[in-house]
Design a protein. Structure first.
Length: 77
């Protein structure tokens, strides 16, 4: 069973919730039975701390994003 037409998903988040994630990489993903797939309509409005999408399927959903990378200096003795 699938929806008759696309529907809107809007998810707000706080800076604390995404502290370890690069907000511009946030997107809605669905589980296809084997892997997470990015929902093509997914958009993030970083200034408003809001992510939206208009999917046309029912699924298991997750908001995912890339982790911030911390580069540590190399010290030699």
């Amino acid at each position: 069973m699938q929806p008759a037409r696309p529907y809107t998903v809007a998810i707000g988040y706080s800076a604390n919730q995404v502290a370890a994630i690069m907000p511009v990489t946030l997107a809605l993903y669905f589980w296809d039975g084997a892997r997470w797939v990015r929902e093509p309509t997914s958009r993030v409005a970083v200034a408003q701390n809001r992510m939206t999408a208009t999917p046309s399927r029912f699924s298991i959903w997750a908001v995912l994003g890339e982790m911030r990378k911390a580069y540590l200096p190399l010290t030699l003795r």
